[in-house]
Structure formats: structure tokens, C-alpha cells
Design a protein. Structure first.
Length: 92
């Protein structure tokens, strides 16, 4: 006989975690690490990490969850991704 398990999510708690400074720091750390690995893959410095707070719907007066990205900032890093997948390999 199996027991019934019920899970109730705390939406306010999830939102608080997703919008916390700790989450921002974690996302910044991961994005910076990926950018560093991508730069090491082609021997340059053209991949950079960025973190920003996303927008919420108009019914909220505060920012949304933290978003991180890594992008190429020069021709060499863009070419390294195009030809050698320098950034794609850094994510894996």
C-alpha cells in the first residue's frame, strides 16, 4: 500500500528566491565561469558575462527574476563561436 503525498508550492517563496541577491550572485558566477571557459577555448577575451533583472508583468511594481547571458563582443570571439563553437563547448 503506497502513501499519498501532496506537495503545495509556495509561489511567494519561489519569487523571493528567484529575485534575491544570492540568486544574482549565483547567476553572475555561472555566467562569468562560462565566459572564462569560452575565452580559454579560443585564447581571447571577447566573451563577456552580463546579469540583469527581468521585467515582471504590469501588475507588479518590482523587478523580475535575474537573467544571465554570455555573448561575444568582438569579431574574433564571434568567429570562434561560428567556426569552433567556443561558447557552446563552454556551456557543456
Amino acid at each position: 500500500m503506497s502513501a499519498q503525498i501532496s506537495i503545495k508550492f509556495n509561489s511567494a517563496g519561489f519569487k523571493e528566491i528567484l529575485m534575491s541577491e544570492n540568486m544574482k550572485d549565483l547567476i553572475q558566477s555561472v555566467a562569468t565561469d562560462i565566459a572564462g571557459k569560452a575565452n580559454a577555448n579560443y585564447g581571447g577575451t571577447g566573451f563577456t558575462a552580463e546579469v540583469w533583472q527581468g521585467a515582471m508583468s504590469s501588475k507588479h511594481s518590482y523587478g523580475g527574476r535575474w537573467i544571465g547571458s554570455v555573448s561575444s563582443t568582438d569579431r574574433e570571439s564571434a568567429q570562434a563561436e561560428s567556426e569552433d563553437k567556443a561558447l557552446s563547448r563552454a556551456v557543456m
